[in-house]
Design a protein around this ligand. Structure first.
Ligand SMILES: Nc1ncnc2c1ncn2[C@@H]1O[C@H](COP(=O)(O)OP(=O)(O)OP(=O)(O)O)[C@@H](O)[C@H]1O
Length: 250
């Protein structure tokens, strides 16, 4: 088996007496979409926060591309190639779609966009931003004001902003939340297109989307992974069905 890009090794986080993640061990392999599902309050958000560095685990380790990042700051994790989407709140509504992505390119670029001529610099930033917009199918909306986008387009823009940082791993935290049926279909098609190019850890409530997108699924219940497997394995797992899918087994 390939070396995992991300390895969570016994992550434990307690709030008072409650172990919200209770020894979570999980591998994300290069090139896969690995989905984490679980009922409300299972600890999914806390787990994502531990991976991005918002919450420090009490025990356990996080290995990214072989390096221990458990104690790295948020920005250093981002620079190492961890990108999190979607948080629509990070879009600047009054800026154009292109400007929103160009800002992200600029933030990640350090010295690589330091040209002598501002015009050349701007062109290079915009070219890189256009590339990310094209990846999510938003190139023709580049000049639009971000605030004028539909909900689904804003989700795609958030994704472009994450892709603009050239991540090695994309963390998608409920990318379909709040999307209508048509937008959901479009976003699933978009994520399917990105699948070949990125390694993705996906937390999502929409089971049909998870079953359509995931290569593997881990099921989190009360802070513990009760099963990891392919879509077929998870759908057939009796413990999973009893603990979770029974309530939504369509
Ligand atoms: N900062 C905190 N202090 C105390 N308890 C917390 C804190 N953060 C989360 N919890 C508790 O931990 C449990 C898991 O919360 P978490 O938000 O990680 O679950 P989740 O799986 O993301 O849930 P949902 O699907 O509803 O978003 C909940 O019981 C929650 O009340």
């Amino acid at each position: 088996m390939a070396e995992p890009l991300l390895r969570l090794d016994g992550l434990r986080k307690r709030y008072g007496g409650l172990a919200v993640t209770d020894g979570v061990t999980l591998d994300v392999l290069p090139g896969e979409i690995h989905a984490v599902i679980g009922p409300n309050g299972a600890g999914k958000t806390t787990l994502i926060h531990e991976i991005t560095g918002i919450v420090a685990p009490d025990e356990g380790r996080i290995l990214f591309a072989g390096a221990d990042i458990t104690r790295l700051s948020l920005p250093r994790r981002a620079r190492a190639g961890l990108a999190r989407s979607f948080q629509i709140t990070s879009i600047i509504a009054g800026f154009s779609v292109l400007e929103n992505v160009a800002l992200a390119v600029q933030a990640r670029s350090g010295s690589s966009f330091r040209f002598a001529w501002p015009a050349a610099r701007e062109r290079a930033l915009n070219d890189a931003a256009m590339e990310a917009l094209a990846e999510v199918g938003l190139a023709d909306r580049a000049a639009a004001t971000a605030g004028a986008l539909s909900h689904g387009e804003k989700r795609a823009l958030e994704l472009a902003i994450a892709l603009a940082t050239r991540p090695r791993l994309l963390l998608l935290d409920e990318p379909l939340a709040g999307a209508g049926p048509e937008e959901t279909e479009r976003l699933i098609a978009l994520l399917t297109r990105l699948k070949s190019a990125y390694t993705i850890l996906l937390v999502e409530h929409d089971m049909q989307a998870v079953f359509a997108l995931a290569d593997r699924i881990s099921v989190l219940v009360y802070g513990r992974i009760i099963a990891t497997g392919t879509v077929a394995e998870i759908r057939a797992n009796a413990e999973v069905r009893a603990a979770y899918l029974g309530e939504d087994d369509s």
